[in-house]
Design a protein around this ligand. Sequence first.
Ligand code: CTP
Ligand code: MG
Length: 413
Amino acid sequence: MTGRYDAALTRLGASSAPRIVYKNLMTTVALIVAAGRGTRFGTETPKQYNMLLGKPVLAWTIESFLNHRGIDQVRVVIHPDDRALYDHAVGDRKIESPKIMGPISGGDTRQASVKAGLDALVGDPCTRVLIHDAARPIVPGDMIDRILSGLDHAPGVLPALAVVDSLRKVADGVVSGTLDRDGVVRAQTPQGFRFDAIHAAHSAVGDDHSFTDDVAILDANGGRIIVVAGDDRSLKITENADMSRIEQIILQNLTDIRVGSGFDVHTFGTGDHVTLCGLKIPHSHGLVGHSDADVGLHAITDAILGGLSEGDIGQAFPPSDPQWRGVDSAVFLNFAKDRVTARHGIIAHVDVTIICERPKVSPHRDAMRTRISDILRIDLSRVSVKATTTEKLGFTGRGEGIAAQATVTLRLP
Ligand code: CTP
Ligand code: MG
């Protein structure tokens, strides 16, 4: 599908995902550890695979690195049981970006997972590695800049935040002393390292699994670590309540709110079913069209492209092109969704109205909403499907065809 989408992108004059790996003298790998079970988060699916504004948490984390031109490769350490969840999270992005390399199997502790990741990088042309928790989906680009610059001066770089609250010791619910917060910081990830230094340090600590992060391991081995400013938006998801805080932070960045509209019509012809909003519905006629003639999905696709100001469906997928004959219109909608992702935005809401006398839409409404939310990977509550007749007036009233009209709300950075 990527090749097909390339042609569509060119027609829209839009830029494709980078195909050439950013080359410099160093090769910098983002190593994301995602093999944890998320016990404190408490859902059956580990937290890094939970949905966050239409994408799994891990997809946000990966994209933060893919979007940075200083990162040459992204590798994720996963639990062997999570392969299907990983494939879903990476989705089309795996094909779209040559930067994503195959996942690595992790271990029982975070430290063991990092070690497995580092071992897998031995022999690769990796000179610098940024080790990051999958559970921190927001990684601002300027934070990555600071870490990469720091690596010019030391083998280890820690992004950290100042401690502003007083620190107290507590025993059995009673204050038992005060800690000096002078010279104390809160450690974040990604932590940056020269590869050889951190790999040697991890190998040297061997079976001692008491380290909570990689800076502690390099420090225990005498490596010099400099501190750069972290970012307070880069929260770690630990408990369930952290999700809504992260959601708010992401939404605060998506201030460019767009409304796109789309409209489509197809004529009735011979056939025994119509395809509407991704569903095959038995009917006395079919709809005539080059693809599957799904007016609903076509209107939504156009609304999304409209909201992005990136042309329209006919421009991206010309009816004159034989490869789109009879194609499932989910392909077009998926393309539009990927354009929103490429612009680092989200689809906040979809509202589509089907205009026809027959077939009756209401019995299929919920299934249509589910299908659209599946294709767009957004919550069902963000998808509305409505239907109306035109009281027997006009071409839809005479039963000559079906029309659909869609409005989509997008939020872009
Ligand atoms: N991690 C890992 N391998 C492990 C344990 C943790 O790769 N054996 C990863 C987690 O997936 C997470 C990061 O290390 O991205 C930080 O760990 P934490 O926030 O503690 O996540 P979990 O261990 O999954 O959560 P919990 O401790 O609540 O079980
Ligand atoms: Mg843990």
